[in-house]
Design a protein around this ligand. Sequence first.
Ligand code: MG
Length: 383
Amino acid sequence: MDFSAVIVAAGSGQRAGPGGAKQWRTLGGKPVARWSLEALLAAGARRVVVVAPADDTELAREAFAGLSGWVLAPGGATRDQSVISGLKALDADGEEIVLIHDAARPLVEARHVEALIAAIADADGALPALPVTDTIKRRETESGAVTTEDRSVLWRAQTPQAFRFGRLAAAYAAWPTGETPTDDAAVVERNGGRIALTPGDARLMKLTYPEDFAMAETMLGGVRAVRVGQGFDAHRWGPGQSVWLCGVEIAHDRTLIGHSDADAGLHALTDALLGALGEGDIGDHFPPTDLQWKGVASSVFLEHAARLIAARGGRIINVDVTLICERPKIKPHREAMRARLADLLDLPLNRVSVKATTTEAMGFTGREEGLAAQAVAAVDLPL
Ligand code: MG
């Protein structure tokens, strides 16, 4: 098949949770964007332009290591600007078939490409589309009146979408400034083009939310497992007026001594998450000899561990922290701590637990020499 392609990998993917832009995260053992690039090259793409944020050049080079036949182009502020940037970099012959594809749809296959190229023979554009199975309601913004749409004429648009290079470039040139198309076919439609639909595929799903990664892994036949990690930490009491525990500052007549803010709750939980990954401990990632971590808020450590999990295509199932001390009383602050951890880990509150116990005046916590914390975390990870 003779065609070129533009892969749009310029999104920041805010809705996909922590772990950085979704196109560079791992799915089934390789970066999300690499799936599309490999598939399009294998389907016979002559040349592929990958549009990525200029800041992501290194990430892209790493993600595509060992592949040839691709070049990078800088992303724009919106998707349509990114596509225009990709078309400029492609600079193909007007009659050449060009496929525009979202990197967030990694499971594209040669059969999808074949269907598009066949369909564009007598159309100005072609795209895979799925029938709508849910009943679609319309609610008027002003009146709130609800009516039912005729779903038999409605289709869900997917990518890749196929066009002749010259036709698409001309349609983009004619697109009114100030309006933002949500796909490329819309641009050609507005320009009077006829669009053909090819069979859509659940495998062409778009990775939007964190749970979509697990769904895509399943489609790949990937095996996942729940892994458990545990963490323990203790810090010594010293003179002070407040103490940080589980990301919450509590007024107290002493403070915990440590290199960072000495938040033993966050340290134990960070170690639990790193333990589930099998990626060492907090000291490996943030050496206490490194001055840049002196006095730092320990939320930085926890968010780092959460990003490592997301980058591996994992999801935290639940976390449970126990603080061990005689004083301060933890109970009045427990809900604030849960809320803070839920916020840091982007988890619903019911998957975050904070508990406290004394040791009945026994041992170093009982003698109030120090405070200890332990934590467990369950993480759902690709095997
Ligand atoms: Mg510590």
